[in-house]
Design a protein around this ligand. Structure first.
Ligand SMILES: O=P(O)(O)O[C@H]1O[C@H](CO)[C@@H](O)[C@H]1O
Ligand SMILES: [Mn+2]
Ligand SMILES: [Mn+2]
Length: 400
C-alpha cells in the first residue's frame, strides 16, 4: 500500500499571493514579499555570507526554480531543471498564520475571521488581563503589547524574574503568547497557565495560546527553550489526518503538527529541534507502516530565521534541509509520495517581524516529473488522499 510523507517547511513562501495587499507588516502591505526569491537574490549578491557563501544552492529541491516562476513570475536566479512534480499553491483562508496554512493544506480552509489583538498598549482587553492574573496568581502581567519574542525577553526578562509576573504579548498573528522563566516561574506552572487561558481566548476566535518558556539571567541574557507548547483551537471540520485515521491508516506527526491539529486524527507525535525532526522523518521513511501518513513541520525556518529577519541563517537552513533531503529520498519505497510545501511566507528581507502572505511551493518526489501549475492549498490534501486511496472531503481536487 502506498505511503505519504507531507513535509511543511514552515514559512518558505515563493511570492505571488493574489491577496497580498490585504495583509500587512506594520503599515507596509505584503505586496511583493517573496521569501525564497529575496533570499536567493541576497545570496547571489554576496549579502548572505554568514556561515555559508555564494548563490543559494538547492540541488535536491530542483523544482524550486520552476515553482517560484509559476507562483510569482520572478526569475530568482534559481536553476530551472525540475526532475519531479512541481507547482505553486494559493491559500484562501483569511489568515497568514500557521494553523490557517496547515488546516487548509489538510483540506479545511478557515471559515471564520480570526480575532487579532490591536497594536496598542495595552493590547489585551482588561477583563482578559484580569482573568490571566487570577489564573497566574499574580497582581499583574508584563508586556501586554505586540512584540518580537526574543526582543521582549531582553526588555522584560529581568523584571519578570523580580516581580514573578508573566510576560504576555502578541503579534500580527491571532495569538496570545506567555513567556516565563522555567526555573523562577516554573515550566509546569507556565504550561498549566497557558492551558487554562486557552479556552478563554479560543472563545474570542484567537487561534492559539503559545507557552514560551525561557532560561538565563539578566547578566548572561535569556534564551528560549525547546519546551514551547502551542494550545490551538481545534480545526473546524475533519482534516486529512481525520480522513486517514477514519480509513484505518496510521498518522504520524513530526514537530508541532500535533499541536496545530489539537491532536485530532493523529496517532503518534515526535518532537525536537529541526535536526532531531529530520532524524524522526528519516526513521519514519524506514519504519512507517504501509498506507500510513506522515505529516511533518520544520519550524526553524520561521522561528529562528524568518521572524528574526536573518537572511544568511535562513539560506543556511534551506541548504541544510536540501542536503538532508538528498540522503532521505533514495530510501523512499516504490509507491511512496513525499510532498514538500509551506504554510505561509516570512520574508527575512521584509519590514516588520511578522509572516508575509505568499504562495507556497509544491514539490513532489516519487510520482515522476510533472508541472501542476498553480493549485490551491486544499488540492494538496485531496492529492495525498488520492495517493493513499482514501476518501477526501471539502473543496480540494487532486493534481495527481
Ligand atoms: O516573535 P516570536 O515570539 O517568535 O513569535 C512569533 O511566533 C508566533 C507563532 O508562529 C508568531 O505569532 C510570532 O509572534
Ligand atoms: Mn508557520
Ligand atoms: Mn511564525
Amino acid at each position: 500500500m502506498p505511503r505519504a510523507f507531507l513535509v511543511v517547511i514552515d514559512s518558505v513562501g515563493i511570492g505571488g499571493a493574489p491577496d497580498a495587499d490585504r495583509f500587512f507588516n506594520g503599515d507596509l502591505p505584503d505586496t511583493g514579499a517573496n521569501t525564497l526569491a529575496h533570499i536567493a537574490a541576497e545570496c547571489a549578491a554576496g549579502r548572505a555570507e554568514a556561515g555559508r557563501s555564494g548563490p543559494l544552492h538547492l540541488p535536491t529541491m530542483d523544482g524550486m526554480g520552476a515553482a517560484i516562476r509559476i507562483a510569482s513570475g520572478t526569475d530568482a536566479g534559481l536553476p530551472n531543471h525540475p526532475t519531479g512534480l512541481h507547482g505553486a499553491a494559493t491559500e484562501v483562508s483569511p489568515g497568514k498564520d500557521t494553523p490557517s496554512g496547515h488546516w487548509e493544506i489538510a483540506g479545511v480552509p478557515v471559515p471564520w475571521d480570526w480575532h487579532y489583538f490591536p497594536d496598542t498598549q495595552p493590547a489585551f482587553p482588561p477583563d482578559l488581563t484580569a482573568q490571566v492574573c487570577k489564573l497566574a496568581g499574580t497582581k499583574g502581567i508584563l508586556g501586554n503589547c505586540h512584540a518580537s519574542g526574543t526582543a521582549i525577553l531582553a526588555d522584560l526578562g529581568a523584571e519578570h524574574m523580580r516581580t514573578g509576573w508573566p510576560i504576555c504579548y502578541t503579534s500580527a498573528d491571532s495569538v496570545f503568547q506567555i513567556a516565563a522563566h522555567e526555573e523562577t516561574f516554573g515550566l509546569d506552572r507556565l504550561l498549566d497557565l497557558c492551558q487554562a487561558v486557552a479556552p478563554l481566548v479560543h472563545a474570542m476566535k484567537v487561534g492559539r495560546v503559545i507557552a514560551r518558556p525561557f532560561v538565563g539571567t539578566p547578566e548572561a541574557g535569556f534564551t528560549r527553550t525547546q519546551n514551547r507548547h502551542d494550545y490551538a483551537i481545534a480545526p473546524p471540520s475533519p482534516t486529512l489526518c481525520d480522513w486517514a485515521q477514519a480509513a484505518g491508516r496510521r498518522v504520524h506527526a513530526v514537530g508541532k503538527i500535533g499541536d496545530i491539529f489539537s491532536m485530532r486524527g493523529i496517532d503518534k507525535v515526535r518532537k525536537g529541534t529541526d535536526a532531531q525532526l529530520m532524524q524522526h522523518l528519516s526513521d519514519l521513511v524506514d519504519q512507517a507502516e504501509d498506507g500510513s501518513l506522515t505529516f511533518a513541520n520544520f519550524v526553524e525556518f520561521d522561528s529562528l530565521y524568518g521572524h528574526r529577519r536573518d537572511v544568511s541563517g535562513y539560506a543556511r537552513h534551506l541548504e541544510w534541509f536540501d542536503s538532508e533531503l538528498a540522503k532521505l529520498l533514495p530510501r523512499l519505497r516504490d509507491g511512496d509520495l513525499l510532498l514538500i510545501t509551506a504554510d505561509h511566507g516570512n520574508d527575512p528581507t521584509w519590514s516588520g517581524t511578522d509572516h508575509t502572505r505568499e504562495r507556497t511551493p509544491v514539490l513532489g518526489y516519487g510520482v515522476g516529473k510533472r508541472d501542476i501549475g498553480n493549485v490551491m492549498f486544499t488540492d494538496i490534501a485531496a492529492s495525498i488522499a488520492a495517493h493513499l486511496g482514501i476518501p477526501a472531503q471539502g473543496p480540494g481536487k487532486s493534481f495527481l
